[in-house]
Design a protein. Structure first.
Length: 232
């Protein structure tokens, strides 16, 4: 069982490593942002729970919240090393040209993890789609599907403290615009988490993102913070 889990994670690592090397080299726009979230978990059974997450994003070039989302989903531990999730997300975007836009998203993912010593590696594979306000030019206006591959590593270096690092690649499934590269979006995160109590956790992190938009990439540099609590 352990060997099977290890090779699942290793295969995902190899795939994602190849994906992350395809960075778009065209000079594009840059932006700094602050992201903040809070998340609550409610356990229904031992291996089944609901989650609710709300995040706000503020960019340097606007005087109001640029983006926010509300995420509600169901989680199930299939095995000690495998978790599946299905969720609905409501997004609100303050687009620089078209004003406020709304998006409804659905996603499903599977997470495989392996613990060795003070480290844990995890692979998340996610499929998502959505419908955006018909007056907006959003990426999901026509119900496009995306595949997201995320790899993360946690280091438990002290009691109640851990360092986290991750890399994620987005792929548009099906036909894509000619100006898009194979990798639609890339994200890299380095963070620090502190366990306040058995049911509470705080997190601060730095995020770098590159994305192809309007025939040139956007580069975003983010300082983020978050609070997570288990209600039951």
């Amino acid at each position: 069982m352990m060997n099977r889990r290890f090779w699942c994670v290793a295969a995902s690592l190899l795939f994602a490593t190849q994906s992350f090397t395809q960075e778009e080299r065209t000079i594009g726009r840059e932006d700094f942002a602050i992201w903040a979230y809070y998340e609550f978990d409610y356990r229904l059974k031992k291996n089944t729970w609901l989650h609710y997450k709300n995040q706000y994003r503020l960019n340097e070039n606007v005087s109001r919240f640029d983006y926010s989302f509300f995420d509600v989903g169901l989680n199930q531990n299939i095995a000690p090393w495998l978790r599946v999730t299905g969720a609905y997300v409501f997004n609100i975007k303050n687009h620089w040209r078209d004003g406020v836009l709304y998006r409804h998203q659905l996603y499903a993912n599977a997470k495989v993890h392996h613990r060795f010593g003070n480290f844990r590696i995890r692979s998340r594979n996610q499929i998502q789609t959505g419908v955006e306000d018909i007056f907006g030019p959003g990426e999901n206006t026509r119900g496009a599907f995306f595949y997201r591959q995320k790899l993360s590593l946690r280091w438990y270096f002290a009691k109640n403290w851990r360092v986290t690092g991750s890399g994620e690649a987005y792929f548009r499934l099906g036909a894509r615009p000619t100006w898009e590269s194979q990798v639609y979006r890339q994200r890299y995160i380095l963070g620090l988490q502190h366990k306040l109590s058995p049911k509470e956790r705080l997190e601060v992190y730095y995020l770098y993102q590159s994305q192809i938009r309007q025939r040139r990439p956007d580069f975003i540099y983010v300082l983020g913070m978050g609070y997570t609590r288990s209600i039951r």
